[in-house]
Design a protein around this ligand. Structure first.
Ligand SMILES: Cc1cc2nc3c(=O)[nH]c(=O)nc-3n(C[C@H](O)[C@H](O)[C@H](O)COP(=O)(O)O)c2cc1C
Length: 181
């Protein structure tokens, strides 16, 4: 199963990036091949640029289009979604009628330094995904609360309880993606 994952934080030392990198490593044992799609070079969206899509957007669209699932790894900003990831999703959805996200299975993970672990942002993404008429993975949730305490100096999630939940999440996701085929 190929998963194209977008990380919603560009911060060096990002906990969401750590969560994604940990999932990339641990996903293999469940048959999940998770590849990160870079959104770093995406300009701020302007409809004026749609007729000539920027190269990083074209490259990202190709990766997502060939994947079995798109994954958002989302921080939570002000109880909502981070602008940089919303900007990326808006680019991937254009021009109007584009099929990159439409009907494509979607999964969410997220980390935050607060107790909710990005859950409110994840719920906001679910509401937005209504637009794409796509199945959104709901069998398990992966929220990394108090993320600063969960990530080690190696840049990966090290907390045993968090790793147990991540493995369960990945296992259920692999099963669910089989069912989507
Ligand atoms: C603009 C902004 C808003 C934030 N709002 C929230 C929030 O609503 N809930 C929360 O749990 N953490 C919030 N945080 C803290 C983030 O969880 C924390 O900065 C986290 O490290 C961001 O993810 P990252 O490590 O992947 O960059 C906010 C941080 C910023 C910069």
């Amino acid at each position: 199963m190929d998963i194209a994952a977008l990380c919603g934080s560009l911060r060096p030392g990002s906990y969401n990036q750590a969560l994604l990198e940990t999932a990339i490593v641990r996903g293999e044992r469940f048959g999940l091949h998770i590849v990160q799609v870079s959104i770093e070079g995406f300009p701020a969206f302007s409809q004026e640029l749609e007729s000539n899509l920027p190269a990083p957007v074209v490259a990202a669209k190709e990766l997502v289009s060939s994947a079995d699932c798109v994954m958002l790894v989302t921080p939570e900003y002000n109880h909502g979604v981070p602008g940089v990831l919303k900007n990326a999703v808006d680019w991937l959805s254009r021009p109007f009628g584009d099929l990159t996200l439409r009907h494509r299975p979607m999964a969410l993970m997220g980390a935050s330094t607060g107790y909710a672990g990005s859950l409110r942002a994840q719920l906001a993404w679910r509401q937005m995904w209504y637009f794409f008429d796509a199945p959104v993975f709901s069998v398990a949730e992966m929220t990394l609360s108090f993320a600063a305490r969960m990530v080690g100096e190696n840049g990966l999630v090290v907390d045993p309880g968090a790793l147990e939940r991540l493995d369960l999440y990945l296992e259920k996701l692999a099963q669910w993606l089989e069912e989507q085929r």
